[in-house]
Design a protein around this ligand. Structure first.
Ligand code: PEP
Ligand code: MG
Length: 306
């Protein structure tokens, strides 16, 4: 078993019949990089901004990005722009004036208040990308409309970052996936927030775990809509929420049509093994079954089975 695991731990992700599925790591800094990653599908950049009176300077940011890019020569690194707000307020952006921070100025919405902060971050990423061989993509969190995505992509192009994407974390974005792919190059589905906003269930609330379960058919329907839009447009659609790290769910997500899965680096070997154990046809069958299944129910309403 150990030998099989080691063998499965090499090379890019693929199904038993060779259908490629990129397996990327989620990181918050260069310190999180370990194992021989195919690339990084979610580089969370909030760490750089926490506990400060103002945004970090361009050179300081560029140095942090460059450290990650240098560790992944020739490989893809998808940098997510600042996703502060909600549980991560920043003193220079948030003033404690929001009654409902999860529905307030967070993610890309920060650019409404401080467009200069977003532009400076993208300039720092572009600066670091210029002297690296990594294939640097950027994406915005908490996109709700096509207009927001188009505005983001325009700034990206302006600073010299040619590949811009939108995270799908809000049901409105999933419903408009096709139109979104008219203005951005890829989508990345953040299932943690997409579950929270689809089910109106706080992602920190353990008592609502059944509503936050990414196996819920309603959530999978939104993933399927995004993946279908990606296939129609010929553009990548990945998943970078916790769902991607679940070896039982990964084949389902692939069967729905997603092209990459990004997860904590330590979760990659098990997900790789799960994909290697299923053909693409198996994955599609599992996806159809999951879509047709009943809701994931709350423990109290589950019938007792022996
Ligand atoms: C998500 O919401 O699924 C996601 C990947 O972003 P974060 O967990 O950082 O909000
Ligand atoms: Mg999120």
């Amino acid at each position: 078993r150990r030998r099989r695991r080691l063998a499965a731990g090499q090379g890019p992700g693929r199904t038993a019949d060779g259908h490629p599925v990129a397996l990327y790591g989620n990181i918050g800094s260069a310190r999180d990089l370990h194992g021989n990653l195919e690339g990084v599908g979610l580089f969370r950049t909030e760490l750089l901004y926490l506990d400060r009176a103002d945004a970090p300077g361009r050179d300081e940011q560029a140095a942090a990005y460059a450290e990650v890019f240098a560790a992944l020569p020739g490989r893809r690194v998808i940098v997510r722009t600042l996703d502060a707000g909600a549980d991560k307020p920043l003193p220079f952006l948030h003033h404690g004036d929001e009654p409902n921070p999860a529905l307030g100025i967070r993610g890309l919405r920060l650019a409404r208040r401080r467009p200069d902060v977003l532009r400076a971050q993208l300039e720092a990423i572009a600066q670091a990308a210029r002297s690296a061989t990594a294939d640097v993509w950027v994406m915005a969190p908490m996109v709700a409309t096509v207009a927001e995505a188009a505005g983001f992509a325009a700034v990206c192009r302006d600073v010299g970052l040619p590949t811009a994407g939108a995270m799908v974390e809000v049901p409105a974005a999933a419903l408009r996936a096709r139109a979104l792919l008219g203005v951005v190059d890829f989508l990345s589905i953040g299932t943690n927030d997409l579950s929270q906003y689809t089910f109106a269930a706080d992602r920190q609330c353990g008592q609502l775990a059944d509503l936050l379960d990414p196996g819920q058919p309603a959530l999978l329907e939104l993933v399927a809509a995004c993946a279908a839009a990606g296939q129609a447009a010929g553009k990548p659609v990945g998943v970078c929420g916790e769902a991607a790290a679940d070896p039982r769910l990964a084949p389902v997500l692939v069967g729905l049509g997603v092209t990459s899965l990004s997860m904590a680096p330590r979760a990659v070997p098990e997900v790789r093994e799960a994909l290697a154990a299923h053909t693409l046809a198996d994955c599609r069958r599992l996806a159809a079954e999951a879509l047709a299944a009943g809701d994931v129910s709350a423990p109290s309403s589950r019938t007792n089975t022996p």
